[in-house]
Ligand binder design. Sequence first.
Ligand code: MG
Ligand code: ZN
Length: 219
Amino acid sequence: MEIKVLRNVLEANDAIAAENRRLLRGKGIHTLNLIASPGAGKTTLLERTIEALKDHLRMGVIEGDIAGSADAERIGRHGVPVVQINTGGDCHLNASMVRSALESLPLDGIELLFVENVGNLVCPAGFDIGEDAKVVILSVAEGDDKPQKYPLIFERASAMVLNKIDLLGMVDFDLDRARSAARATHPDLPIFELSARSGQGMEGWLDWIRSKVRRHENS
Ligand code: MG
Ligand code: ZN
């Protein structure tokens, strides 16, 4: 019985996610769903990414948090349209929350949409919101065993960002162990090792985004 209820929730979510995807693709918007634990540096990565790409790409952002609008205010300072979703307790975004947020964004002026999911590596992996790709962000201030403990998100992600590499040497984080744990789950997962704070290593990540947007234009 419980299994059936859960399945119905996910089926309803998937139907709305499919509508979101149709709407976004119809407008030529490429959508990335950013998923990480709290404190991995999602918002800082977004700020740095927006600054690097804003002369060439028109971007928009949906910020998901349980409460507050601090992250949306940070993003708004970079001159891109942003909508904050407060889930009011839910630990993930679902497709219908994203659908409501899309109504408040100037979709005709956006080519690349970032969705910063609620800080959590578990259920955001299971909820399709209509994105083109999920990106998992891990920081070296966390455990290098995260890919082993939360395999689903590493399996479903199209790319992994390993953030805060400027802190390597100050923390007990084994880079090889993290890489091999991620690739044990997802053998050809692209991994971008960078520091959003210092800017080190950003170029590979930016190139990956550019290639995704270009491929989207051609499809
Ligand atoms: Mg944030
Ligand atoms: Zn959740």
